[in-house]
Design a protein around this ligand. Structure first.
Ligand SMILES: Cc1cc2nc3c(=O)[nH]c(=O)nc-3n(C[C@H](O)[C@H](O)[C@H](O)COP(=O)(O)OP(=O)(O)OC[C@H]3O[C@@H](n4cnc5c(N)ncnc54)[C@H](O)[C@@H]3O)c2cc1C
Length: 283
């Protein structure tokens, strides 16, 4: 289908993007890689009057080292993230999950920040951001603010980014040396997750020092499997199976054509056991 008519603004900087968004308010939308937004426009499920293209804003692109964090520009493509040595060394979980996102064509256009901003419950990266306790840097007319991943995802396709704001970059605390694994269950290769589990484990003298677990598609927003994390703190590796039984505690998974809620709860338990065991080095 042909999208509804819209005006197009190409921003050259974050300030220009914010100014254009502030001028047009709810009538405007940010265009990043277009991999989620363009299909919505073509289906006329979204019909903004103005698109603010941030594709040429260099300050929103690339990965840099900043002490205890790596900082990933929102416009860094999935392909660039996958091949970045800093991401590989300090946040391998992002590489695990990004390698399961769609296909090479989508990964060359789609962006890290676009995926987080779109906040699809079935997308792989929001649960990863939750597990790694990422911090989102958002620019608006009043300057910049930082929002924790736990406060960023508000509801189905809704985030803390306001209509006159742009997600500029994401600060990811370094998890150097932590074990990591993303376990995704989908019906066919390269499709969206029915359920996904993102796990990082800090090993400590043969025990699990600390585990962080994020769940994909177990609610309208990514959730942390808190009961699993608590059961694993300081535990022996053979505690994983028992802890994983709590993976669905406190979640509200959807029922849809891909599976009913109780099936997703079952998947969460099985996939959490696999993801944590792999991150912990096998058990
Ligand atoms: C065939 C196909 C299969 C896919 N499979 C998967 C999959 O398996 N797993 C997965 O996780 N994803 C999947 N995706 C989605 C893909 O990861 C997209 O890259 C992502 O959802 C959106 O990124 P984008 O840069 O294209 O954003 P866009 O489509 O340009 O934007 C998406 C939304 O986010 C907003 N936005 C984007 N960037 C910003 C910003 N910096 N600040 C504020 N708002 C912003 C836009 O206004 C829009 O509302 C798939 C997409 C396709 C087309």
């Amino acid at each position: 289908m042909i999208p509804a008519q819209f005006d197009y603004v190409r921003a050259g900087s974050v300030d220009e993007a914010v100014a254009a968004l502030a001028e047009h308010g709810d009538d405007a939308k940010v265009l990043a890689g277009g991999q989620s937004l363009i299909p919505l426009l073509r289906l006329r499920l979204s019909y903004p009057e103005v698109l603010v293209d941030v594709g040429r804003v260099d300050e929103m692109r690339g990965v840099r080292d900043d002490g205890g964090d790596i900082v990933i520009g929102a416009m860094t493509t999935h392909y660039e993230v996958l091949h970045d040595p800093l991401v590989r060394e300090h946040a391998g979980l992002i590489v695990d999950a990004t390698s399961t996102v769609a296909d090479p064509a989508v990964r060359h256009r789609g962006t890290f920040g676009g995926s987080l901003s779109h906040a699809d419950p079935a997308a792989d990266l929001p649960a990863v951001a939750a597990a790694l306790e990422a911090q989102m840097v958002i620019a608006g007319p009043g300057g910049r603010r930082t929002v924790a991943a736990s406060d960023f995802f508000l509801d189905y396709l809704q985030t803390a980014v306001g209509p006159d704001e742009v997600l500029v970059e994401v600060r990811v605390p370094k998890h150097t040396g932590w074990g990591h694994h993303y376990e995704k269950f989908n019906r066919v290769a390269q499709s969206w997750a029915i359920v996904g589990v993102a796990a990082v484990v800090r090993r400590d003298n043969g025990s699990i020092g600390q585990a962080r677990v994020g769940l994909t598609n177990m609610g309208a927003t990514p959730v942390r499997a808190v009961a699993v994390e608590q059961a694993l703190a300081g535990a022996a590796p053979d505690a994983v199976a028992a802890a994983a039984k709590h993976a669905a505690d406190g979640t509200s998974p959807p029922s849809d054509l891909s599976g009913k809620a109780d099936y997703r709860e079952h998947l969460a338990r099985v996939l959490t056991r696999r993801a944590v065991a792999a991150a912990a080095g096998g058990s």
